[in-house]
Design a protein around this ligand. Structure first.
Ligand SMILES: NC(=O)c1ccc[n+]([C@@H]2O[C@H](COP(=O)([O-])OP(=O)(O)OC[C@H]3O[C@@H](n4cnc5c(N)ncnc54)[C@H](OP(=O)(O)O)[C@@H]3O)[C@@H](O)[C@H]2O)c1
Length: 347
């Protein structure tokens, strides 16, 4: 397993990170625990969760259950120190946490307390803000993104207040470092600037969607990443399952994510299936297993901290774990670039 120093922190994480957002809905606690055991046995040390998980579907009854499942694993195994754990403070508008209150100096300590209790631990390694209070262009909102109603001074005041609250939490030892999610280049640069001005901790990572099908990170955020040592933690690297090829030709396997969320969060478009086919053909021509090609490609990107994938079965997990054995050669990378040009932004 390749390891990577996260940002400028002293945390070293595996280049594959185990996603957890199905534990408590699609997966039972026993299945979640089996996934953690297998992933750790195979060299993964990094698990991503959030106070709002599980999802698909989201409900008030299950909110927080994924953290509880991870907490029960810590309690049962006593292996807290074997895992670098990332969790997230939900952003504004998420009704099941603090009635949808925006992230602020007040909510941070409350949210962390709740997570620590569910997780049965006294620290979170990477504490992330799930989405910015001012909104985000992720999750297909890019098509109609209009930041013109934002208030710069208010945004910066809130960021400074949040950094100060995070600094207090770091002093208390409840969190080790801090990351963003669903952020933009402008937003991240402001967090960095305020941290440089002494308001609080330096952002270590940005958790945004990134895959062969969703490459908005490739330009401005990529540049910010390499120059500022802020690593990408790529979520939905298999495009929520599309890139496995299992939804080609109209198939919707029973129990699959598409059987629960029919448009796959706006990813189910005609152009998406054509793009998937182009990548499946590249894998076939080169004797590669598609899931492994897709994950290996993501791990090879120059700004990659870790690739956060999801599995709902042990077979899926084993296949994903096999991607660490693979390095894509230049010929395959050129074919992928050509397919990308021909199938840019399929959703
Ligand atoms: N920060 C954020 O806003 C955000 C958003 C989304 C996710 N995340 C994080 O990223 C993690 C991963 O997200 P994701 O689950 O969307 O990632 P993904 O790796 O793109 O998709 C994983 C899903 O694809 C399907 N799959 C995986 N391997 C397969 C195989 N070999 N054959 C057939 N189907 C396969 C499974 O779904 P089915 O079996 O159900 O079809 C699995 O749950 C989450 O758990 C979470 O930690 C963060």
């Amino acid at each position: 397993m390749q390891m990577k120093q996260l940002g400028r922190t002293d945390l070293t994480v595996s280049k594959l990170c185990l996603g957890s957002m199905t534990w408590g809905t699609q997966n039972t606690q026993t299945e979640g625990h089996a996934q953690i055991d297998r992933a750790l046995e195979r060299g993964i040390n990094f698990v991503d969760t959030a106070e709002m998980y599980p999802v698909n579907p989201i409900s008030a009854e299950t909110t927080g259950l994924t953290e509880e499942i991870i907490g029960n694993w810590f309690a049962a195994t006593g292996r807290r120190q074997d895992m670098i754990l990332a969790s997230k403070h939900s952003g504004a508008g998420f009704k099941n946490a603090r009635d949808g209150a925006p992230i602020s100096g007040q909510t941070i300590s409350q949210a962390i307390e709740g997570s620590l209790k569910r997780l049965q631990t006294d620290y979170i390694d990477l504490y992330q803000f799930h989405w910015p209070n001012r909104g985000s262009y992720m999750f297909r909102q890019n098509w109609r993104y209009d930041p013109s109603s934002q208030h710069k001074a208010e945004t910066l005041d809130n960021m400074a207040e949040c950094l100060e609250a995070l600094e207090r939490e770091m002093q208390r030892g409840t969190i080790r470092t801090f990351g963003l999610s669903n952020e933009s280049a402008w937003g991240t640069s402001q967090w960095l600037r305020l941290s440089d001005a002494g308001h609080g901790p330096r952002v270590a990572s940005i958790q945004n969607e990134y895959s062969l099908m969703c490459r908005m990170y490739d330009t401005d955020l990529a540049e910010l990443s390499v120059n500022e040592d802020v690593d990408l933690l790529a979520f939905s690297p298999l495009a929520a399952g599309l890139l496995t090829g299992k939804y080609q030709n109209g198939a919707v396997p029973e129990g699959s994510r598409m059987s629960i969320v029919s448009d796959l969060g706006g990813r189910r478009t005609d152009r998406a299936f054509a793009a998937v086919q182009a990548y499946l053909d590249i894998a076939q021509r080169n004797g590669l297993e598609p899931v492994q090609m897709v994950l290996a490609w993501a791990m090879q990107r120059p700004f990659m901290g870790s690739v956060i994938f999801g599995s709902t079965t042990m077979e899926q997990l084993d296949l994903a774990l096999g991607s660490v054995e693979i390095t894509l050669n230049d010929e395959v990378l050129v074919e992928i670039d050509t397919a990308h040009r021909e199938n840019a932004m399929p959703y």
